[in-house]
Design a protein around this ligand. Structure first.
Ligand SMILES: Cc1cc2nc3c(=O)[nH]c(=O)nc-3n(C[C@H](O)[C@H](O)[C@H](O)COP(=O)(O)O)c2cc1C
Length: 259
C-alpha cells in the first residue's frame, strides 16, 4: 500500500482526473474506486487518506457515503477530501466529516456533467471548458501541496439547509428521472453503458441496451455512449455530451489504479 490512498467516486471522469492529478503531484498514490463497495477497506497503513467525489443533487452521490462508511483508517492518518460541483458543494463534505473526521477539505468547481439540467460548460465561476480543465489541474497541484504540508482546515465543512432538503428529495427525483431514459435505434449493443453503470442497472437484450430504474444518476451511460443512443428527457439529445478528456472508460471502471 502506498503512503497515500485516495477513495474516488466519479461518474464522468472529473473527480477521477483530479484524484489522478493529486496522486501524481504527491509522487504516487493508490486510487480505490468507491462507485461500488471498495475492494480495499483497511487502510490503517496509509499515512494520508483522501476522498474525491462530486456533488449530486445537493449532496454526495447515491451510494458514496454507504460505500465509505466501513473503511478502517488509522486515527493518526491525515484525512483529506475534495468535493467537486458545478456551483455549490452541498452536504457531502459535512456528511463525510461525520463518518471520517477530515483534517483538510476543499470544495472546488468544474464543468456541469448534469446535462439534462444545464449545458456542460456551465460552472461557477463562468469560464470556458478548456479553462475549467486547466483550473482543475492547477487546483490539484495546490491541494497536493497542502496535503504534503499536512495543512489543516480551520473549520468544519458546513451544510446549507436548502442543500440538505434538496439531497433528501434526490432519490425520489432520480426515480422519476430514470423513467425518462430512452435508447434509440442508434444503439449498437456494444455494452459500454452496462460496463460503466455502477449499479449494474443496464442489460443488453437482443442487441440493445435496456435501462432499469435502479439508477444513481451519474449519467455515465449517456455521456460515454459511443453512438449517443441514450437520452434522458427531451433536452440531452440537443446538448453536447461531456466526459473528462483525460479519463478512459477502462480507468473509470477499474476498481483500483496505482499511480
Ligand atoms: C446527476 C448530477 C447531479 C448534479 N448535481 C449537482 C448539484 O446539485 N450541484 C452542483 O453544483 N453540481 C452538481 N452536479 C455537477 C457535478 O458535481 C460536477 O459536474 C462534477 O465535476 C462531476 O464529477 P464527475 O465527472 O467525476 O462525475 C451534478 C452532476 C450530475 C451528473
Amino acid at each position: 500500500m502506498k503512503d497515500t490512498v485516495i477513495f474516488c467516486w466519479s461518474g464522468t471522469g472529473n473527480c477521477l482526473d483530479m484524484a489522478k492529478n493529486i496522486a501524481k503531484a504527491l509522487g504516487g498514490a493508490d486510487i480505490i474506486s468507491v462507485r461500488k463497495k471498495p475492494e480495499v477497506t483497511d487502510v490503517r497503513a496509509a499515512k494520508r487518506v483522501g476522498f474525491v467525489f462530486p456533488c449530486h443533487g445537493g449532496g454526495a452521490p447515491v451510494d458514496f457515503l454507504e460505500n465509505v462508511k466501513d473503511l478502517q483508517i488509522d486515527k493518526g492518518s491525515y484525512v483529506f477530501a475534495v468535493s467537486q460541483s458545478a456551483s455549490y458543494p452541498g452536504t457531502g463534505l459535512a456528511e463525510l466529516n461525520k463518518i471520517h473526521p477530515l483534517s483538510y477539505w476543499k470544495a472546488i468547481t468544474h464543468q456541469c456533467t448534469c446535462i439534462w439540467l444545464f449545458p456542460h460548460f456551465v460552472q461557477v465561476p463562468p469560464i470556458g471548458a478548456k479553462a475549467a480543465q486547466k483550473r482543475s489541474e492547477h487546483l490539484s497541484k495546490k491541494i497536493a501541496k497542502d496535503v504534503m504540508a499536512q495543512k489543516l482546515s480551520k473549520k468544519d465543512p458546513g451544510a446549507f439547509f436548502l442543500n440538505a432538503a434538496e439531497n433528501k428529495a434526490w432519490p425520489t427525483i432520480l426515480k422519476l428521472k430514470a423513467k425518462q431514459f430512452k435508447v434509440s435505434d442508434k444503439c449498437i449493443g456494444c455494452g459500454q453503458c452496462a460496463k460503466i453503470c455502477p449499479r449494474e442497472n443496464i442489460e443488453i437484450k437482443n442487441g440493445k441496451a435496456v435501462i432499469g430504474r435502479n439508477c444513481v444518476g451519474c449519467l455515465g451511460c449517456l455521456q460515454y455512449c459511443p453512438t449517443h443512443a441514450i437520452s434522458l428527457g427531451k433536452v440531452t439529445d440537443r446538448r453536447e455530451h461531456y466526459t473528462n478528456p483525460n479519463v478512459t472508460v477502462a480507468e473509470l471502471t477499474s476498481s483500483q489504479l496505482h499511480i
